[in-house]
Ligand binder design. Sequence first.
Ligand code: NAI
Length: 460
Amino acid sequence: MTNYDVIVIGSGPGGYVSAIRCAQLGLKTAIVEGRDTLGGTCLNVGCIPSKALLHASHSYHEATHNFDKMGLIINNPKIDFDKMQNYKNDVISQNTKGIEFLLKKNKIDWLKGWAKIVNKNQVTVGENTHDTKNIIIASGSEPSTIPNVKIDENRIVSSTGALSLSKIPKSMIVIGAGVIGLEMGSIYSRLGTDVTVIEYMDHITPGMDLEISKNFQRTLKKQGLKFIMGAAVKSAKSTKTKANVIYKKADAEIKIDAEIVLVSTGRKPFTNGLNFLEIGGELTERGQIKTNNKWQTSVEGIYAIGDAIAGPMLAHKAEDEGMAVAEVIAGKHGHVNYDVIPGVIYTTPEVANVGKTEEELKDAGIDYKVGKFSFMGNGRAKAVFQGEGFVKLLADATTDRILGCHLIGPAAGDLIHEICVAMEFGASAQDIAMTCHAHPTFSEAMREAALACGDGAIHA
Ligand code: NAI
């Protein structure tokens, strides 16, 4: 039996990235994964498959709404949903096989099965017990639901079921206007489903900069999504042909139904079967594995990262922690800057953010200035029917240092990284404003927002 330096539990973006970094740092590493394929939620039933369906449904929208305007005459585009699912599955397979290749290349053993921690130096997988010096728990998260709503992955589905429906539903109720609800709702709305989103709060995507959130909701409404706001879902029940949902709004209980109900009310850490509590591990009140600032759990030699611990449930946050914890185990200095973790919603237009929102700056009593620029003033965006949306840059009123950036518009998920790098270097809005940006690119809107923090944008 191999004696490992590190056994990583879970092969999602947190786990596999951590394993690769461990191997690169000279540690003998194994990864435990019970699914048939590597990559965890992200590659199998999350980020990657949803991006394939977002791309396919956006392309259909382009063909039906914008092709004709450009002189591209394609009569009556149709959807073959089975073929679309095959395309999505092929994308998943290419990516999961890619991870398998990377593990082999880095000489990381894949222990197939579900891990049970025996003690801080032993992990069993199936019949076998493996010895190790360190354990990294990267077991991820699973969909959570609300009282009286049971996910059956048939009529009442989580994101997992929504990614693999057997046909395009005529109607869909989405419970929760968070990231999953809006991405999945967008996909099916573009494919012709009548989508109604029910949200407890009075605005969508709670926690997002409010101005962006309101603008985003208006855009989605224009695209055909319906919203019932300030409404708490009380129950959902499946029948043979549909699902009934009861929600409460301003003291009234209202019943509606749809062919499919998507439950997107959040996710919870997945720690089942790990035996972590039994060996003395501690959880937070919210069920996350408790860690210190070096990702060390309450059991010495056992570390935890990603969705299983506190913080935003984002693949890239897990990846950063995965690399950092490997450095810590190898005796180096692992660090994650939690103040500069971008968030992206992959609808069209995309929505992206990093740093503080305007509301957070107000609450903290920080004196700030705002530089805004609309994509209507960006030639490239208008040329590709994406003039909707704007960039909002927040900078310190005295020092001009960038404090946050929020945008809705074309390629927002890529554009945000210019600001991430700037923030890592403690840059000012003027630094961005004085940097030459190629024309014609969407990125010019970022520079214009930075100029707007100073003497003014040029194309406003
Ligand atoms: P979420 O936490 O983003 O949103 C849940 C929403 O449900 C909230 O707006 C909440 O107010 C609402 N809600 C809760 N109970 C309700 C009720 N009874 N009635 C009506 N509304 C109710 O959760 P979501 O969208 O399920 O996402 C889970 C996690 O996955 C998030 O942490 C998200 O960041 C992550 N994720 C990130 C993606 C990305 O970065 N593009 C994509 C998909 C997921």
